[in-house]
Design a binder for this molecule. Structure first.
Ligand code: UT7
Length: 332
């Protein structure tokens, strides 16, 4: 039997910082309001000439190097993003594979918004366990600043840019195996977070441009309530299914959208501050990149060790949600 092992993590954090004080200069808002309502203090901004593939490429280089594999042994590249370099084609995964200089390889994107990286883990696991692939590069890469309306004070200040990546490889050692991934969706709530324009229903037009319909629109408050409910329910199911108690989890890594959501979910589930990884204060919400960037942050702080049990918990537009449970299993 072949198992899928989570071998490495990497991230690219764009150096340019936008603080809440910078938002005070362009919006009717304040550092105090943003900090109190979200916990966010600053977020990162990619350069004008960078696309999500450039961010994903840099994160991937680190993940590949830390996995200690030859890049040409990668036989599948998956990029989770809702801010692809190009709206329809080519996929961002193809661009990342090319920038990495990989030999021809299967590569495709996943569109599951903030849950995208957890969806990517589930697909990588399935490809490996079926025997079809041996080394999968998964990437969460977002340049959210490319779809923000900086006059929308209810939404624009929570998002930022960045990328995270991981290598998932075949292993014959069951103790290294990703234990479970559970992903789901409910399109009945599709209107809560949307980019209305630029797709097949409302193709690019002067109206789309004038009304900024290709920018993200979010019903923040309704989304907030559903996020707390869904994120906690999802983890309860996962923990019960595997007979786990809180102390079995070393690192709880929830989607980084709002510190109040993270705190409410953590409290409902009974995870301690020490178990819960928080980066929303420094990176804001980076959608599909948020979970791998948070994991990378904890890893670089020296907190994540070989064999530690990690629990991802994501929620986003779609609506989509998902959780993943696995031991961190670098190659010995
Ligand atoms: O990542 C995918 C999933 N996304 C999420 O999980 C995001 C979930 N939502 C949120 O994090 C929060 O809803 C926000 C941070 C986006 C907004 O916080 P909120 O506590 O839900 O605020 P609200 O939209 O209910 O607005 C409360 C008040 C309103 O004023 P009135 O009507 O009470 O007078 C808003 O106009 O706050 C006002 N407001 C602001 N004030 C200062 C809204 N945005 C701002 C702002 N600065 N930036």
């Amino acid at each position: 039997m072949v198992f899928a092992a989570f071998r490495s993590i990497g991230a690219y954090i764009p150096p340019k910082i936008m603080t809440n004080l910078d938002f005070e200069k362009i919006l009717d808002t304040s550092d105090e309001w943003i900090t109190k309502r979200t916990g966010i203090k600053e977020r990162r901004i990619a350069q004008k000439n960078e696309g999500s593939s450039d961010l994903g490429f840099k994160a991937s280089q680190i993940a590949i190097q830390r996995a200690n594999i030859d890049k040409n042994d990668i036989d599948l590249v998956i990029c989770a993003t809702v801010t692809p370099d190009y709206l329809c084609m080519p996929s961002t995964a193809c661009l990342i594979a090319s920038k990495l200089g990989l030999e021809p390889v299967q590569a495709f994107d996943i569109s599951a918004a903030c849950t995208g990286f957890v969806y990517a883990v589930s697909v990588a696991k399935a490809f490996i366990e079926s025997g079809m692939k041996k080394n999968v590069l998964i990437v969460g890469a977002e340049k959210y600043t490319s779809i923000l309306d900086y006059t929308d004070r209810g939404t624009c200040f929570i998002f930022g840019d960045g990328a995270g990546a991981a290598i998932i490889s075949a292993s014959d050692n069951k103790s290294e195996a990703i234990i479970d991934v559970n992903c789901s969706s409910d399109g009945n709530y599709s209107d809560l977070i949307q980019t209305i324009g630029g797709g097949s229903l409302h193709p690019c037009s002067q109206e789309v441009l004038d009304q900024k319909l290709a920018c993200i629109r979010m019903k923040g408050n309704e989304t907030f309530k559903l996020a707390v409910k869904t994120l906690s329910a999802d983890v309860k199911v996962m923990m019960k299914k595997h007979n786990l108690i809180n102390s079995d989890i070393n690192h709880f890594i929830p989607h980084q959208a709002n510190y109040r959501i993270i705190k409410a979910v953590g409290d409902m589930l009974g995870f301690t501050k020490e178990q819960t990884v928080v980066t929303v204060d420094r990176y804001g919400n980076t959608s599909a990149a948020s979970i791998p960037m948070a994991m990378n942050y904890a890893y670089e702080q020296g907190k994540i060790n070989s064999g530690d049990t990690v629990l991802f918990d994501a929620f986003g537009a779609g609506l989509t949600w998902g959780s993943a449970l696995f031991p961190f299993s670098p190659k010995k």
